[in-house]
Design a protein around this ligand. Sequence first.
Ligand code: IMP
Ligand code: MG
Length: 177
Amino acid sequence: MITIKDKQFEPFIHHEQIADRVAALAERLNADYQGKNPILIAILNGAFMFAADLVRHLNFNHEIQFAKFSSYDGMDTTGKVTELIGLSIDLKDRDVIVVEDIIDTGTTMYSLLPKLREKGAKSVEIAALLMKPGKLQVPIDVKYCAMQIPNEFIVGYGLDFDGMGRNYQDIYVVKEN
Ligand code: IMP
Ligand code: MG
């Protein structure tokens, strides 16, 4: 059990299970991207741990960049998506893989994908650690997803509650009292 501010969180997904699912997702990318030299765009801050573990399993040439925007504050999505910052590479005719921690309502990815296509990307796919299918509000195709979870708030393995909890190697779910 961990406590962050006024919330308690209990163990939800063990790090060994996370590692298995990340490795399995990497195998799918290895099969699909041989010889393609894609660019991975890992979304900060949440995807840093997932991205670091994912790329260690990849066996095709690729580049990785870390980019940032903020659409989330505390436990409710604000629905507001700002520009992606930190992208210093030309996406023209590139295969792009967006590496994201979790797809919740989907609005963040829904607004980002057209912007990447406008930059001339040849293909754009999403590789997400987690997805809450029950909360999806927009039509997006998440081709690569390691795990699906119910509509619960989680922390750990890169994911935060008010900026904290990213450090844990397991994923924890909020305990409703
Ligand atoms: P969306 O735009 O609603 O899909 O929100 C996606 C973003 O919200 C993710 O990149 C996370 O940063 C954040 N988020 C969504 N669900 C959770 C959660 O359960 N824990 C921590 N962050 C979350
Ligand atoms: Mg995020």
